[in-house]
Design a protein around this ligand. Structure first.
Ligand SMILES: Nc1ncnc2c1ncn2[C@@H]1O[C@H](COP(=O)(O)OP(=O)(O)OP(=O)(O)O)[C@@H](O)[C@H]1O
Length: 258
C-alpha cells in the first residue's frame, strides 16, 4: 500500500474545473513533486490533499485511511502536515522559541499544564527544548537558533517555517513552493533541508514552480496543466516528455532544468 493515494480528485469552482480527475500515489520515503505552469491547479491540489478544501469528486487516502472530508487539524494529527507560503512566525521570538511554541501547541499536557509548573510540565518543557533544538540542527539552522526571527534572512525564515511544521511530527510533509523567491544559494540550502527531512524517514510532497530544483531533488514528478495530470515519472523521463515541454512553452522562466 502506498502512503498517499490520490484517486480521481476533482475540484470545481463554479464553472471552472481547477483540478480534473487527478490520480497518483506517493510511496513511503519518496520526495515527490507536483509541478505545472501558472494556474495549473497546484495550490488547489495541495489544499485538497491537506483537506483545507473538500473535493467535488474523488478522494485522498493516507496510510489506507480516507482523509477527504476530515478537518485539517485531524489530518495533521494523522501525520499529514503542510507548510504555508507565508508561515506564521512570531517575529519577536528566537528561532528556537518559535519551534518550542509550535511543539507546545500540540502538547498533551495542554497549555495550562505548561505554565502550572507541574513536574510533568517541566519534564515536557525540557524534552521540547531538546527536540526543537534537534530539529533546527538537522535542518542546518542550529547556528541561528538564538537569533530573533525578525533578524533572519529570507531563506532562513522559510527554513524556520519548515522547522515549525516538523514540530508537528509529520509522516508526510507537504511543502508549498519551498524554493519560491530564493536565490541559488538559498535554494541549495533549502534542497539540503528537504533531503535531510527525507533522510529521517519522512515522506515529502512538494508543489513547486522552480523546475530546476524539482528536477534535482525529486524521486517522482507529477505534472499538471489546466487541472489535469499530463505526465508522471522520474525526472529524466519528465524532462524529455513532449507533453510537458509543450505545456511549459511560452513560460519564459521555466526551462525544464536544461
Ligand atoms: N477559491 C477559488 N475560487 C475560484 N477559483 C479558484 C479558487 N482557487 C483557485 N481558483 C482557480 O483555479 C485555477 C487553479 O488555481 P491554482 O491556484 O490551484 O493554480 P496553481 O497551479 O497553484 O497556480 P500558481 O502556480 O500560479 O500558484 C485558477 O484558474 C484559479 O483562478
Amino acid at each position: 500500500m502506498s502512503l498517499l493515494e490520490v484517486e480521481g480528485l476533482t475540484k470545481q469552482f463554479g464553472g471552472l474545473t481547477a483540478v480534473n480527475d487527478v490520480s497518483f500515489v506517493v510511496e513511503q520515503g519518496q520526495i515527490c513533486s507536483v509541478i505545472g505552469p501558472n494556474g495549473a491547479g497546484k495550490s488547489t491540489l495541495f489544499k485538497l490533499i491537506s483537506s483545507f478544501l473538500a473535493p467535488t469528486a474523488g478522494r485522498v487516502r493516507f496510510d489506507g485511511r480516507q482523509v477527504s472530508g476530515l478537518k485539517p487539524h485531524r489530518v495533521a494529527r494523522m501525520g499529514v502536515v503542510r507548510t504555508f507560503q507565508e508561515t506564521t512566525v512570531f517575529k519577536e521570538m528566537t528561532a528556537l522559541e518559535n519551534v518550542v511554541v509550535a511543539h507546545q501547541l500540540g502538547l498533551t499536557a495542554g497549555p495550562f499544564g505548561i505554565f502550572a509548573g507541574s513536574r510533568r510540565a517541566r519534564a515536557d518543557t525540557l524534552r521540547i527544548r531538546d527536540s526543537a533544538a534537534e530539529i533546527l540542527d538537522y535542518l542546518g539552522l542550529g547556528h541561528v537558533k538564538d537569533e530573533t526571527a525578525v533578524n533572519l534572512p529570507h531563506g532562513y525564515l522559510r527554513g524556520l517555517g519548515i522547522a515549525i511544521a516538523m514540530a508537528a511530527r509529520p509522516r508526510l510533509l507537504l511543502l508549498d513552493e519551498p524554493f519560491a523567491g530564493m536565490n541559488p544559494d538559498e535554494t541549495d540550502r533549502a534542497m539540503e533541508m528537504v533531503q535531510g527531512i527525507r533522510a529521517r524517514g519522512i515522506t515529502v510532497l512538494l508543489v513547486e514552480h522552480d523546475m530546476r530544483a524539482v528536477m534535482r531533488i525529486s524521486d517522482w514528478i507529477v505534472v499538471i496543466s489546466f487541472g489535469s495530470k499530463i505526465a508522471e515519472g522520474k525526472p529524466e523521463a519528465i524532462r524529455a516528455d513532449e507533453a510537458v515541454i509543450a505545456a511549459y512553452l511560452g513560460e519564459d522562466d521555466a526551462e525544464l532544468g536544461h
